[in-house]
Ligand binder design. Structure first.
Ligand SMILES: [Zn+2]
Length: 119
């Protein structure tokens, strides 16, 4: 397993920028309706391990279904680079789209399938 590292990430146009400290585990490929359409590869970090550097006022929120996950996308380029939510115990967490992190070799990773569609 990779060591925890601080990655820079963000949307395509650069309006939304963040830093996330993560060992990229667990890495989830979820089959729910939105993850499928976006091709999201997610890992989860605490709020302390996530710093939104820019785009706080630009980013748009999308909610659907049970509205548990607050999807954050850039209104300019349309990329969802992260989402916010809470763990079952209520602790806030950030779902980071690993495809939006710089310096990650996506092809070398083995995401774990997650059956979000049936939740
Ligand atoms: Zn953008």
């Amino acid at each position: 397993m990779a060591e925890a590292k601080t990655y820079a990430g963000g949307c395509h146009c650069g309006a939304v920028r963040y830093e996330a400290t993560t060992d990229l585990a667990p890495l989830i490929a979820c089959n729910c309706s939105i993850c499928t359409k976006h091709g999201l590869l997610l890992t989860f970090v605490s709020e302390q391990a996530f710093k939104l550097v820019s785009g706080k006022d630009d980013v748009k929120e999308y909610l659907f279904n049970k509205k548990h996950i607050h999807h954050q996308f850039c209104p300019t380029c349309g990329v969802e680079s992260f989402a916010r939510g809470t763990k079952p115990d209520g602790t806030p967490m950030v779902a980071v789209n690993v495809r939006c992190l710089e310096g990650v070799d996506i092809g070398s990773l083995t995401p774990t399938p997650f059956n979000g569609r049936d939740l």
